[in-house]
Design a protein. Structure first.
Ligand SMILES: [Zn+2]
Length: 261
């Protein structure tokens, strides 16, 4: 349950060049089990928990928007594509929330996403919706194999040394269970709404993964439910620029660290 770094390091130590691996076979199962648990809990809460119908939608949607920002802006744009630099005290909690919602670590997500860009719309794209469909896009156990190159391993080498990422890679499943247990102990009602928000966000994430099969529809309304992914074509044209992040460019500029001159 705790070994992930070794899996990532293995091709680096043993192979030169490309090595066709399905990244994180067991981790994909781990994510899927957590996702299914969240969906099951969400359905149970909707059916059996005395949900406050004013507070529940408000809290769950607000939580889901925060999760969308954590995933779309801090993890996707900031961490993976390095479109902007931000403060560590802001980035780490955001990456943590993204991990608690998508049930994967920033490093694992980063690998999958880099290969999504590199092999988009082919079967080496981890979540090519043309071949795996919406359900396939939603659950990592159905994702395609993709080659991990030495260069990409080295590119992420710095993260392996970061205590936060090291800890997350080592104890990820325990962290997830601990986090949700703590939430339930602190406030069960908030836990319920957080779970509902999390289920909602996972549906949005699956929809974003599905975008290529839908001809990359564009529009601000897409951005609103996907943390700024409403202009996906433009993002694929230039992944280092956050200017396609409308209508959240103001937010990126607010959290962006100004470079020292
Ligand atoms: Zn991207």
């Amino acid at each position: 349950m705790s070994m992930n770094l070794n899996l990532l390091k293995k091709p680096l130590l043993t192979k030169r060049g490309l090595n066709n691996v399905k990244l994180a076979g067991r981790e994909a199962w781990e994510s899927t089990v957590f996702q299914l648990t969240i969906y099951t809990l969400a359905i149970c809460f909707l059916l059996f928990y005395p949900v406050n119908y004013i507070l529940a939608p408000f809290t769950s949607i607000s939580v889901s928007l925060v999760m969308g920002f954590a995933i779309g802006i801090f993890l996707h744009r900031g961490f993976v594509h390095k479109q902007f630099q931000t403060y560590s005290w802001l980035q780490k909690p955001a990456l943590f929330i993204a991990s608690m919602v998508m049930f994967t670590t920033s490093i694992r997500w980063s690998f999958a996403h880099m290969y999504h860009h590199k092999f988009v719309d082919t079967d080496q794209d981890p979540h090519n919706p043309m071949s795996i469909g919406l359900i396939g896009s939603a659950f990592p156990i159905f994702w395609n194999k993709f080659p991990v190159s030495m260069r990409d391993m080295l590119r992420l080498k710095g993260h392996f040394k970061d205590p936060y990422h090291k800890f997350m890679e080592k104890y990820f499943a325990f962290v997830v269970v601990g986090f949700y247990s703590l939430l339930a102990l602190i406030s069960f009602e908030f836990f319920v709404y957080f779970v509902l928000g999390c289920a909602l966000t996972n549906i949005f994430v699956a929809m974003v993964n599905q975008l290529h099969a839908w001809g990359n529809p564009e529009g601000v309304w897409w951005s609103l439910i996907s943390g700024g992914e409403g202009f996906h074509n433009k993002h694929h044209e230039n992944m280092r620029d956050y200017k396609d992040g409308s209508p959240f460019i103001w937010f990126i500029e607010m959290v962006k660290k100004n470079e020292r001159r």
